[in-house]
Ligand binder design. Sequence first.
Ligand code: ADE
Length: 236
Amino acid sequence: MRIDIVTIFPTFFDALDISLLGRAREDGILEVEVHDLRTFTHDRHRTVDDKPYGGGAGMVMKPEPWGEALDTILPAEIPDVASGAGPIVIFPSPAGEVFTQAMARELSGASHLVFGCGRYEGIDQRVFDYAGSRASVRLVSLGDYVLNGGEVAVMAMIEAIGRLIPGVIGNPESLVEESHEDGLLEYPSYTKPSSWRGLDVPPVLIGGNHGAIAAWRRDAQLERTRRVRPDLLPPE
Ligand code: ADE
């Protein structure tokens, strides 16, 4: 997969050099390029923002640097956007659709993702409209809270998407039993020692009865989901 990131804080993404995603980049599974939005400005101050038309608080990111960045990154030929072919451009935004494991899985099948990190009060609407004429565009929110900009959200999305790309995680079985994959939260895990500071591992997990272990884990998933995230369960 090819990933392009546009940001005014390129060093935010230095962390993509480490851990599993760093290895995936070394192995050629993931190709990441970070673009500094300010390299697409032409004034002495490398200005990327201006006052909002119509007034209001804060600053809005100007369209021109974004247009040049997108022209550099997106292929010259315009794909049949409606068919879903071609790159997907993702703008993190608290006004977007909420990012989920299902969306991460869907996006992990794409061949080219472009992330545009907004700052200030947002990006001039025409940037989204222009990007939409050249590629599929999605506004995606990490959750119902406001971050200072898109960078942290993009790091989270790249990690969630990247680990689902075949070959990134050594043992793909570990992906099957984790939270959200089957719509439930994951069960609690234990390792040695079986007794620690007066706290014991549930005996069923030590007994070797695989059917009983599977049933215990399923019950634990259901109990935890009911208690912490009842919204994930179908209505009774
Ligand atoms: N930018 C600011 N807040 C955000 C959020 N909640 N999700 C994604 N991007 C954001």
